[in-house]
Design a protein. Structure first.
Length: 250
């Protein structure tokens, strides 16, 4: 599989096949249910490259409230603060737009990012239609597996099957992007770390933009309108930001 690394490593993952019952469409980002798949997650670079251990971005997972991208009630995810990717073994800012995303559908996850006025990397829904697989949970340790979805890699435009599972008592989202099925499946794993909604909001104020403000520039504060790096100090602060997560990459 082609190695790609943007925020979301976008090799994200998800898992299986069995009966499913869609969850209620209330956002549990602040839920006391530690194994809830809804919430905010830090994606660290897990590859052995120049960015290893650095922050690639923040992901928000939630149950779909409509059928825009996939069936209502299924789990989907979007990039809420894109930070960096590795290009030629050098950390560079994530692009402002997903110019390679295009339009398509995979496993019931459909998307259309052909409009340059709306295809911003921040806010990009990149995986969806993830469905709970009955009997795959481990009480107190792991949630059910959410599988049968699709994922779009905004770094190159490729699509994959996807599955995810909350692990480590709720602290980690295991994500997998893969091709094939069963023993013949090949893919890439990621392990995102949970943060609170308040931590996300503080981080977004520093390293992202507020999409609810019409006059807000639609890019990170360390970039100009052309996506060029103009504040390297702030960029470094953003990919080195301390969320208090111990050993985020093993």
């Amino acid at each position: 599989m082609k190695k790609s690394k943007i925020l979301a490593s976008i090799a994200i993952a998800v898992f299986g096949t069995t009966a499913m019952s869609f969850a209620a469409d209330t956002d549990k980002s602040s839920s006391t249910d530690k194994l809830s798949p809804e919430g905010y997650w830090v994606q660290f670079d897990e590859d052995n490259d120049a960015g290893r251990g650095k922050i690639q971005g923040i992901i928000h997972s939630y149950f779909a409230k409509n059928d825009e991208y996939a069936k209502k009630g299924t789990l989907q995810m979007k990039i809420v603060v894109p930070i960096m990717k590795v290009d030629n073994n050098k950390m560079v800012p994530a692009p402002i737009h997903c110019d390679v995303c295009g339009k398509g559908e995979i496993n019931g996850f459909k998307y259309n990012y052909t409009d340059p006025n709306t295809n911003f990397m921040q806010g990009l829904v990149f995986t969806g239609n993830l469905q709970p697989q009955a009997g795959t949970e481990e009480k107190g340790s792991k949630s059910v597996v959410y599988d049968k979805g699709g994922v779009l890699n905004p770094n190159g435009g490729e699509t994959y099957n996807s599955k995810v599972q909350v692990q480590n008592g709720g602290d980690t989202m295991f994500a997998r992007a893969y091709k094939g099925s069963g023993w013949f499946a090949v893919g890439k794993n990621a392990h995102w770390k949970r943060i609170t909604k308040n931590q996300y909001l503080v981080y977004r104020q520093k390293c992202g933009f507020d999409s609810s403000k019409k006059d807000s520039p639609k890019h990170a504060p360390y970039l100009n309108d052309n996506g060029e790096l103009i504040n390297e100090k702030l960029f470094k602060e953003c990919y080195n930001y301390d969320f208090g997560i111990q050993n985020p990459v093993k």
